[in-house]
Write a protein that binds this ligand. Structure first.
Ligand SMILES: [Zn+2]
Length: 275
């Protein structure tokens, strides 16, 4: 465990890039072999806005990383935060708790708030307005959303008290986990269900991408499914019944246009309708 944390404490940017590109490539290839939905789309054309948003997400996170490092150092020096207030525990448990709680504050809570606060929903809408959910959808976040998510992560690091090694470990796990949950790959329903007891499974997250409420407002989790189960936001529907997108923003052409997507958060508020 110590070796793992030592690695993540100083993980080079090149290794993070390899993880990002390697992950997309792996799932992209798998999508060609075992697709879940046979999309009639031009894969590269569809990927253009999504990869653009992936790039802006990287740039924003890279530019603000210093704040994370500073906060992680501060909590360590001051012995501040939930995991530091608990009794002494083995390192593996300390890291696991850190990752679990960061997943709550930095991802689940951020995502929940984005669905409930009107202007934030309009920003997060860009992620939901993809009609062809695949591995490139994972980081289809408007730049404003990247700032919002960063703020929640920063707050998470502060309140959880995670050292930078655990922050970088969490971010690396989160990167691959979201590529996996968005990937347009078909696994057996049984395997998917077993995964969903612990982690967010591809089918579980696809339900969140259904075009109508109440499903849009369910399964907010990022890596672990425990938060949806604790807070009662877990929902299930058959993968065959899932329709991607948001019913109140049905224009597929606009939803695939980078120019339009950049302006989408400034559109008048519309929430999805209920089934
Ligand atoms: Zn969402």
């Amino acid at each position: 465990m110590e070796t793992i944390l030592n690695y993540f404490e100083t993980i080079p940017s090149t290794h993070r890039s390899i993880l990002l590109i390697g992950g997309i490539t792996l799932f992209w290839v798998l999508e060609g072999i075992v697709p879940l939905v046979n999309f009639k789309y031009k894969k590269w054309q569809h990927a253009v806005p999504n990869l653009f948003f992936t790039l802006t997400t990287i740039i924003i996170n890279f530019a603000l990383a210093g704040l994370l490092v500073f906060t992680a150092l501060w909590v360590k020096q001051n012995n501040f935060g939930i995991i530091n207030w608990l009794p002494e525990m083995p390192l593996w448990l300390y890291a696991l708790l850190g990752v679990l709680l960061l997943d709550f504050f930095g991802a689940y809570l951020a995502h929940y708030v984005e669905h409930k606060v009107k202007p934030l929903w309009m920003i997060h809408l860009v992620h939901h307005s993809d009609h062809n959910v695949d591995t490139t959808t994972a980081n289809r976040h408007h730049p404003l959303e990247s700032f919002i998510r960063f703020a929640f992560t920063l707050f998470g690091v502060f309140i959880v008290g995670t050292p930078i090694a655990i922050v970088f470990l969490y971010q690396s796990l989160s990167l691959v986990a979201t590529q996996f949950t968005h990937a347009n790959i078909k696994m057996s329903k049984r395997v998917d269900k077993i995964i969903s007891y612990v982690l967010i499974s591809p089918d579980m997250h696809k339900i969140h991408h259904h075009y109508k409420l109440p499903y849009t407002d369910s399964n907010y989790g990022n890596i672990f499914s425990v938060w949806d189960r604790i807070f009662g936001t877990y929902m299930y529907m058959d993968r065959e019944d899932v329709v991607y997108g948001v019913d109140t923003f049905p224009n597929e052409k606009e939803n695939a246009s980078l120019k339009h997507l950049l302006k989408q958060p400034f559109h008048k508020y519309r929430k999805p309708t209920t089934l």
